[in-house]
Write a protein that binds this ligand. Structure first.
Ligand SMILES: *[C@@H]1O[C@H](CO)[C@@H](O)[C@H](O)[C@H]1NC(C)=O
Ligand SMILES: *[C@@H]1O[C@H](CO)[C@@H](O)[C@H](O)[C@H]1NC(C)=O
Ligand SMILES: *[C@@H]1O[C@H](CO)[C@@H](O)[C@H](O)[C@H]1NC(C)=O
Ligand SMILES: *[C@@H]1O[C@H](CO)[C@@H](O)[C@H](O)[C@H]1NC(C)=O
Ligand SMILES: *[C@@H]1O[C@H](CO)[C@@H](O)[C@H](O)[C@H]1NC(C)=O
Ligand SMILES: *[C@@H]1O[C@H](CO)[C@@H](O)[C@H](O)[C@H]1NC(C)=O
Ligand SMILES: *[C@@H]1O[C@H](CO)[C@@H](O)[C@H](O)[C@H]1NC(C)=O
Ligand SMILES: *[C@@H]1O[C@H](CO)[C@@H](O)[C@H](O)[C@H]1NC(C)=O
Ligand SMILES: *[C@@H]1O[C@H](CO)[C@@H](O)[C@H](O)[C@H]1NC(C)=O
Length: 570
């Protein structure tokens, strides 16, 4: 196993696949060997190399120079981990039909002038995993038919401005994994037909404004894993053909409003792992063809309400790992094609009832790891295609009755990591879970209260265990979630009646005021008097009254509560 054993000696170098087989076999050598058997070489072949048909593979570590006896009809030649350090002037001049030359993890350090001269048909030149540091300006200047040039992981620190001067036909340029800190402004100017440019994993911290000016054919631009802090206005102005733009894992703090305004063909945009704290409201407004947007792992606190107004085809939107506290109503109003939305790992405390109103195609919704304390019963009303909803790791104590009634496809609901109050307010949820949900997802979903049910698995509770205490004869003022909620009088055991709507539970949007009624009689009122995290209802003062509109699937009621503080009687 020549190739695989040798590759262990250079652990620091990433070796991208040189041919498609490497993905299927553990060592590239195995792959070539199997092809070799099929090809049955008959012609003479240089020492240290294997030949079949028009292809030559040299992977002998002893190979100290480029062999002189390469058969003249060869079209592809590949050197893997060979020992020679220099490619001499016109090294392949007796192989004028070469179309592909690859040096993979070799020790080549010097390219003599016109090293690739005399190769008028060369289409693909790959120099990956060498240590060049620098290249002279005219080294590629006779390669006018080259379509693909790969200079990945070559420790390049700078590139001369004229390096690509005559590469009129270049379509793919790979410069991944070098040590480039900056690039000359006119470097890419000759590359009018370039379709793919990869500058990932360099040390770029600033790009000259006109760098991409001539790249009107560019379709994929990769700038991930650099040190960019901003993008100059106009940098992307001529990239009208660009379909995919990778800007993730940089240090971008701000985007100017017009930075993407000319990218009319853009379909996918990666902006995750930056330091963006603010997005101008029109920043995505020209991206009418955008289907994929990743803003994960930034420091966004708010989103402008009209941020996505024009991205009607958006399919996948990731906003997780930011610092969002809520979502403004209407933010997602035009995203009727959205299938995947993640808002997980933010600091969301509440969501407006209409937040997801228009997401009729939504299949996966992640709200996990936030600070949600209550959800409106209509929040998921229009999500009839929803299949997965993750509410794990929030501050939810209950879910309003009917909340999943229109989510006909929802079978994966994750509820773990919430302080569930296992009383009558949870009856809807537990019966829903019993009927529809995949239990595996909720094996760690426990009651946080009342005290006698703490630690019980939510989905195995029986309906008759889910009871709410009431004071006999009059309305009891009982705060949800308080630990001293011991029975004061009789127990309300009538929750079984719920199914036939003889019982209605009304609540306000935040779930801080809850009124339970049976037929024509209301028998249970709960008001959260101290202001709860994230709710906008302030605590009630002495001698004041407050009015709430409470809603349920049965309709709405108005409740006015007055508090009068009287002197204590002896
Ligand atoms: C190079 O290719 C041309 C055209 O395909 C062919 O006519 C010629 O014989 C090839 N040269 C060698 C040395 O095989
Ligand atoms: C390009 O090729 C011509 C002849 O084929 C040669 O004279 C010239 O030196 C080469 N240019 C470079 C920069 O190597
Ligand atoms: C490349 O760098 C080395 C050492 O820094 C220097 O000696 C050499 O002249 C440079 N070559 C080119 C082509 O710039
Ligand atoms: C947007 O996408 C549609 C459909 O894929 C395509 O026909 C159209 O040309 C694209 N628009 C631009 C500006 O690329
Ligand atoms: C976006 O939605 C709003 C409100 O639903 C609507 O008025 C507007 O026309 C929509 N915009 C586009 C570009 O469809
Ligand atoms: C949730 O709220 C609590 C109390 O305000 C706060 O300490 C905590 O950091 C918040 N968690 C998140 C994920 O925002
Ligand atoms: C559901 O969609 C309908 C029609 O678009 C709309 O009138 C209603 O307000 C939506 N419901 C919610 C809770 O957003
Ligand atoms: C749901 O969210 C929790 C908490 O963030 C996470 O650990 C879990 O993997 C998620 N599950 C699914 C199915 O998304
Ligand atoms: C509330 O009103 C009562 C009389 O109705 C009065 O005695 C009491 O001092 C008032 N308390 C406060 C805190 O204003």
């Amino acid at each position: 196993m020549k190739y695989s054993s040798a590759s262990e000696k250079k652990p620091g170098l990433l070796a991208p696949a040189v041919q498609p087989c490497t993905k299927m076999f553990p060592g590239a050598w195995l792959c070539w060997a199997s092809l070799l058997l099929l090809a049955r070489p008959i012609q003479p072949c240089p020492m240290g190399c294997d030949c079949f048909d028009r292809k030559v593979f040299c992977s002998d570590q002893q190979l100290a120079t480029i062999p002189l006896d390469i058969p003249s009809h060869v079209t592809d030649i590949v050197f893997v981990e060979t020992a020679f350090t220099t490619v001499g002037t016109r090294a392949f001049s007796s192989n004028s039909n070469l179309t592909k030359v690859v040096f993979l993890n070799t020790l080549v350090r010097h390219l003599e002038p016109d090293a690739f001269g005399g190769l008028p048909r060369l289409e693909d030149l790959d120099l990956t995993g060498s240590s060049f540091f620098n290249l002279s300006a005219d080294i590629f200047s006779n390669l006018s038919s080259l379509g693909k040039l790969t200079l990945d992981f070559d420790r390049l620190m700078a590139l001369p401005e004229d390096l690509f001067r005559h590469m009129d036909n270049l379509e793919s340029l790979q410069l991944q994994g070098n040590q480039l800190q900056t690039l000359p402004g006119r470097l890419f100017q000759p590359l009018r037909y370039l379709r793919t440019l990869n500058l990932e994993q360099n040390l770029l911290n600033k790009l000259p404004k006109g760098l991409f000016q001539s790249l009107t054919s560019l379709q994929i631009l990769r700038l991930s894993n650099n040190m960019l802090t901003s993008l100059p206005e106009g940098l992307l102005a001529n990239l009208g053909s660009l379909q995919e733009l990778f800007l993730d894992s940089n240090a971008i703090e701000e985007l100017s409003p017009q930075v993407f305004s000319q990218l009319l063909s853009l379909e996918k945009l990666w902006l995750q792992r930056n330091s963006i704290s603010h997005l101008p409201n029109s920043v995505f407004s020209s991206l009418c063809n955008l289907t994929f947007l990743n803003l994960q792992d930034n420091v966004l606190r708010t989103l402008p309400a009209d941020l996505f107004t024009h991205n009607l085809g958006l399919f996948h939107l990731s906003l997780s790992y930011n610092q969002l506290e809520t979502i403004t109503e209407g933010t997602f109003a035009n995203l009727s094609q959205l299938v995947f939305l993640t808002l997980s790992h933010n600091a969301i405390t509440h969501l407006p009832m209409n937040a997801f109103r228009d997401l009729k195609q939504l299949v996966k919704l992640f709200l996990n790891s936030n600070n949600l304390t209550a959800l409106h019963s209509a929040l998921f009303q229009n999500l009839s295609r929803l299949e997965l909803l993750n509410l794990s790791k929030n501050q939810l104590t209950m879910l309003p009755e009917g909340i999943f009634d229109t989510n006909y496809n929802l079978f994966n609901l994750v509820l773990s990591g919430n302080p569930w109050q296992c009383d009558c307010h949870l009856a809807y949820l537990t019966s829903w879970l019993r009927l529809y949900n995949d239990r595996i997802l909720n094996t760690h979903t426990y009651c946080a209260g009342p005290a006698y049910l703490e630690g019980q698995l939510v989905f195995i509770l029986k309906q008759e265990q889910l009871v709410c205490p009431i004071s006999p004869g009059h309305l009891g003022f009982l705060a949800l979630g308080m630990d001293d909620r011991e029975p004061v009088g009789s127990w309300d055991l009538s929750v079984e009646g719920r199914a036939i709507r003889s019982q209605c539970t009304y609540s306000n949007r935040e779930g801080t005021v809850v009124l339970a009624c049976k037929e024509a009689q209301c028998h249970w009122l709960s008001i959260w008097l101290s202001s709860r995290q994230g709710s906008d209802s302030p605590a009630m003062a002495y001698n004041s009254s407050q009015e709430w509109e409470l809603r349920s699937s049965c309709g709405s009621v108005r409740v006015i509560v007055s508090i009068e503080a009287l002197a204590a009687k002896p």
